[in-house]
Design a protein around this ligand. Structure first.
Ligand SMILES: [Zn+2]
Length: 293
């Protein structure tokens, strides 16, 4: 029997509700004191639970295209609702602390990413080649709900004349690409949704936070980031890429260290490859994976 949303709905909601870490964060949310770091944690945790359920049930096997289109968007839709509520609450906490009387904005459901995952499952009926990428994408999607909430609020407040900063902190042991991106950025300089500051490779657990000018968090964050006021100008704004491109990019980034130099073309991150070079590297990975099988 193919897996449908109804088969896992109950399990997802109940497991999330009984998760001690998530329950603790909900308690803080109800008390009006949830932070962005906690919203990040909540996003990772929710994505992990959904991803684990998929791992148990392996939905790619024996599933019709029709059922994929039911299962994935509805599962991610529920994840989005759960994480979005906590992320909005983090914004409300921040607004209250900074004396800003603007209502927190919600992020939109990222249907491009959701349907990117749907298309990938549909295009790989044997599932095995993309299985691990699929589980990782579910968690990335969930964490991105927080990033997108930050973006929606920074956009809204910036338009209202409030100065906003985006702070990207590397996770422990972050890759070179993420380390280079770490820093505080004037929102106006990175507001394009395709900007690298908003992007994540597979399994990236760096945090993207957001502060107002004059907040003590900003001072602390600047200190945390090596004591220098990192200028955002070093970033060039990239155009919004398709989800197909993003899937290739995360797959290549994931095996970057093992990739033969021929495919790196003298660059030190997958992100610097042209789309054609990226495609070549991607198809090489797919081929070698198939050989290893
Ligand atoms: Zn990262």
């Amino acid at each position: 029997m193919a897996l449908t949303w109804n088969d896992i709905k109950e399990q997802f909601i109940t497991t999330a509700a009984n998760d001690p870490k998530m329950a603790g964060i909900i308690e803080k949310m109800n008390a009006g004191s949830v932070t962005w770091d906690e919203a990040n944690e909540y996003g990772i945790r929710a994505g992990q639970i959904l991803s684990d359920i998929f791992k148990q049930k392996r939905p790619g096997l024996n599933i019709s295209e029709w059922d994929i289109e039911d299962l994935i968007p509805k599962s991610l839709g529920m994840d989005h609702r759960m994480v979005s509520e906590v992320a909005q609450a983090a914004q409300t906490t921040m607004n209250a602390a900074d004396g800003i009387g603007i209502k927190a904005q919600a992020s939109k459901f990222d249907s491009d990413s959701a349907y990117g995952i749907v298309e990938e499952l549909k295009a790989n009926p044997d599932y095995t080649n993309i299985e691990n990428t699929f589980y990782a994408q579910i968690i990335n999607f969930s964490l991105s709900v927080v990033d997108e909430t930050i973006q929606a609020n920074a956009e809204f407040q910036s338009k209202s004349g409030i100065k906003c900063y985006v702070v990207r902190k590397p996770e422990w042991g972050a890759c070179k690409w993420c380390q280079a991106l770490a820093g505080s950025y004037d929102y106006e300089d990175v507001k394009d949704t395709g900007n690298d500051v908003w992007r994540r490779h597979e399994n990236c657990r760096c945090t993207i936070n957001y502060v107002h000018e004059g907040s003590s968090d900003l001072v602390n964050n600047y200190k945390k980031i090596g004591g220098t006021k990192t200028t955002s100008k070093r970033l060039t704004t990239t155009s919004t890429k398709t989800s197909g491109y993003n899937n290739m990019l995360s797959a290549v980034q994931n095996v970057w260290d093992e990739l033969p130099d021929d495919f790196k073309n003298g660059t030190w991150s997958a992100d610097e490859l042209s789309e054609g070079e990226l495609k070549a590297a991607y198809s090489y990975i797919q081929k070698t994976k198939a050989m290893r099988k």
